[in-house]
Design a protein around this ligand. Structure first.
Ligand code: ADP
Length: 609
């Protein structure tokens, strides 16, 4: 049946198997008689739900139990689910408009009545003989497919005999537990995972038996650790960022290994001062025997072995490999602790002013004396606070290396504070203007900034989140030239008409596509238009789009289809991408996912890896 296959769900990825709400019409499903829907939720890079129909209620129960049985030992089994589908705008069951929000209904228990792991064969045997399968259930079946009297939690605290194998993770960074209930992590140490049902905070046990929550992006499953256990491996870092990092370290023989822009390959980036300070990039190649090499004379079975060899022998490289950059920054956590989004005023120490904007002053701060944060002190009356506070709970769960992390809010006092990740180099717009001289000659770095922003936007697009005010002034720059998108979704809560209505003096007209100017119709595709303008800002090192032109003239131009001119220091291929973002009709603009792939291809075509 391979030819007809449209997709597959791996059993290990299933986290939810439940009866679904029957909101489907007979016309929709094309079935004459009765039908009984159920759903299978699984995680494959992101969450998906497969809705299935049984023709009899009893069949539905059999299917649910059968699938749960073969998945009973999965690691990610959820406690809550949505019993009806996401319709593109909201959940059909609870009407919540945020796709990422936790399920609105508690799941049934999956705990199987047998103590040993059931084999798939035994299930198929059972399915072909329903009597036999049914009798293997020790409890009567409840509506929705559960069994009464069993706990619904999916945690494995009790180490019961139903836990056949535990997941062991290794800490990639140190983490200092501050909030009660959290657990500190020590880099390279192992931890046993007890509960990974929440996406961003897992409950783990350390080697001394201490249990607590840790940020899930600080650890990696031991079996999947691969090169990540080595300090010299920097994952997806681009050529340009690796150059900045190594030049900043300024040490002879300092090196990193990174994923090459060609999938599956790796590149060694090495800093040398001879004859002048520069970075050399070498592809790590593989020979016919599967051995790795930098120069064909010295082949090794693995990349770590190869690195070790070249630590002792330059073997044709510009220098022997000596050190790798230390003290690399740890990523931001989704919230400052598990389930924490309300932050206590008294735990924030406010330091210097970072800038001020539309909503008020932004100050650098320390949370509980240790964690760097930025605190946006919201001028009273500038935003609909209650709605925002509600939304903030969800926004803390949006986590991506190219999005400024929202840690939470202080909403008990006025003015309210929005607490986010601190970004050392401030707004991208000012950064571009400040560093115009060095940046304007480094198109690779500019393109890399655009790709980073595109990655953050592709994440928002995937989660049906619209930014509404994407521009260089709303992106921030951190250490190691990392660029992140900030202030996503905030525009919805602004009360100032001058900002929200397209005729208002503060409305970002120069970043708005025709459908926003005409009908205030925002979508991910209106974000794509703004992204094109942002690319233009990047490649002009922070020029004002359309110069001093009045808003009314800009509107007239956009309506006529006149677009921004090609920035001087910009490859034609890059300008072609901007032009795609400025297609007059939103449906003709590419998605961020496509844009990201296109930009990566462009960078491979015009730059060397
Ligand atoms: P508003 O949203 O009120 O217009 P901004 O977000 O534009 O305010 O912030 C104003 C300035 O404060 C920015 O230009 C930037 O220089 C600084 N800033 C804002 N957030 C951060 C942050 N997370 N880290 C560092 N600097 C920041």
């Amino acid at each position: 049946m391979k030819r007809k296959e449209k997709g597959r769900v791996e059993l290990e990825r299933v986290h939810t198997v439940e009866a679904a709400q029957n909101i489907f019409t007979k016309e929709e499903v094309g079935i004459e008689g009765d039908f009984y829907p159920f759903l299978v939720g699984y995680h494959q890079e992101e969450d998906y739900t497969l809705f299935l129909l049984a023709l009899k209620d009893l069949d539905r129960i059999y299917w649910i139990l059968a699938i749960r049985k073969v998945c009973a030992y999965n690691r990610n089994i959820r406690s809550y689910f949505h019993p009806a589908p996401w319709n593109g705008r909201k959940w059909s069951c609870c009407k919540k408009t945020t796709k990422l929000i936790d399920g609105c209904q508690e799941c049934d228990s999956w705990i199987p009545s047998q103590t040993s792991s059931p084999s798939r064969d035994s299930i198929s045997e059972s399915l072909s003989n329903k009597e036999n399968f049914n009798s293997s259930q020790s409890s009567p079946i409840m509506p929705g497919g559960g069994t009464p009297g069993t706990p619904s939690g999916k945690q494995k605290d009790d180490q019961s005999s139903t836990t056949p194998r535990s997941k062991v993770v290794v800490a990639l960074y140190n983490y200092k537990a501050i909030e009660t209930g959290d657990l500190s992590l020590e880099k390279n140490m192992e931890y046993e995972v007890i509960d990974d049902s929440q996406k961003h905070w897992w409950k783990v046990r350390d080697s001394k038996g201490m249990i607590g929550f840790i940020p899930s992006n600080y650890v990696k499953e031991k079996e999947l650790l691969g090169l990540q256990q080595y300090d010299w491996y920097v994952n997806d870092m681009s050529r340009q960022r690796s150059e900045s990092l190594l030049k900043h370290e300024d040490k002879e023989g300092c090196f990193v290994v990174r994923n090459s822009s060609t999938k599956g390959l790796y590149t060694l980036s090495l800093y040398t001062k001879i004859p002048h300070p520069h970075v050399k990039h070498y592809h790590i190649k593989k020979n016919g025997k599967g051995e790795f090499f930098l120069s064909e004379k010295h082949c090794c079975n693995s990349i770590p072995e190869l690195i070790n060899y070249h630590k002792h022998n330059s073997g044709g490289l510009a220098s022997r490999l000596k050190t790798s950059p230390c003290d690399r920054p740890a990523p931001a956590t989704a919230g400052l602790s598990h389930d924490k989004w309300e932050i206590d005023h008294s735990e924030l120490m406010l330091l210097d002013e970072l800038g001020s904007g539309q909503f008020g002053v932004v100050r650098r701060g320390k949370w509980r004396g240790t964690t760097d944060v930025a605190v946006k002190m919201m001028k009273e009356g500038t935003m609909s606070e209650d709605d925002f506070i509600e939304e903030a709970k969800v926004m803390t769960k949006l986590q991506h290396p190219n999005l400024v992390q929202l840690y939470g809010v202080c909403s008990k006092n006025r003015p309210i504070f929005i607490v986010t990740e601190y970004m050392r180099h401030g707004s991208l717009l000012n950064y571009l203007r400040r560093h115009e001289q060095s940046l304007s000659t480094n198109q690779g770095l500019l393109l890399d900034m655009c790709i980073q922003i595109c990655k953050g936007m592709a994440y928002l697009e995937r989660h049906n989140y619209i930014h509404r005010d994407l521009a260089a002034r709303n992106c921030l720059v951190g250490t190691e030239n990392i660029v992140k998108v900030a202030d996503f979704g905030l525009a919805r809560y602004v009360l100032d008409d001058q900002y929200t209505s397209s005729g208002g003096s503060k409305f970002p007209i120069k970043w708005a596509p025709p459908e926003v100017l005409n009908y205030t119709r925002f979508s991910s595709k209106s974000d794509v238009w703004a992204y094109g303008v942002l690319m233009w800002e990047v490649f002009t090192c922070g020029k004002m789009p359309y110069g001093r032109m009045k808003n009314s003239e800009v509107v007239e131009r956009v309506q006529k289809g006149i677009i921004l001119e090609k920035p001087k220091a910009c490859f034609k291929e890059v300008y072609d991408v901007m032009k795609k973002c400025w297609a007059p009709l939103p449906e003709n603009r590419p998605s961020f996912r496509i844009l990201k792939d296109t930009l990566i291809n462009v960078s491979q075509g015009i730059l060397v890896d």
